[in-house]
Design a protein around this ligand. Sequence first.
Ligand code: CO
Length: 134
Amino acid sequence: MLKKFNHVAIAVNDLEKAASIYKNALNAKVSNIKDYKEHGVSVVFVELENCKIELMKPLGNSSPISKFLEKNKDGGIHHICIEVSDIIKTRDTLLTKGFKILGDGNPKIGAHNKPVLFLHPKEFNGTLIELEQE
Ligand code: CO
């Protein structure tokens, strides 16, 4: 059911600065900034050999990250993403076992053009979990 680790997402206040640190101080492969209006975020991908770090800043007024940055003034780890072999089957199994799926419960297309779902941090040890179709 769970497959590869895909990425860790870090909320940041200044995306250009954060990207520059990874690029210039750590010599990492860093993408250009991409806007995802549906998710309310602007994102830079830091490409590692085995996974990615996504640096995200709020986009628009109702961004889900704005509240997070109010509580975490310096930014911080926002969620982790794990790939699953069958996202609908995984969702249905979780619902059957009484877990919550955030939003309307239907997968949205995520930053990698694949369906994603988010699980409630209260039910996963205080960690927001993104599941992505592998
Ligand atoms: Co993500």
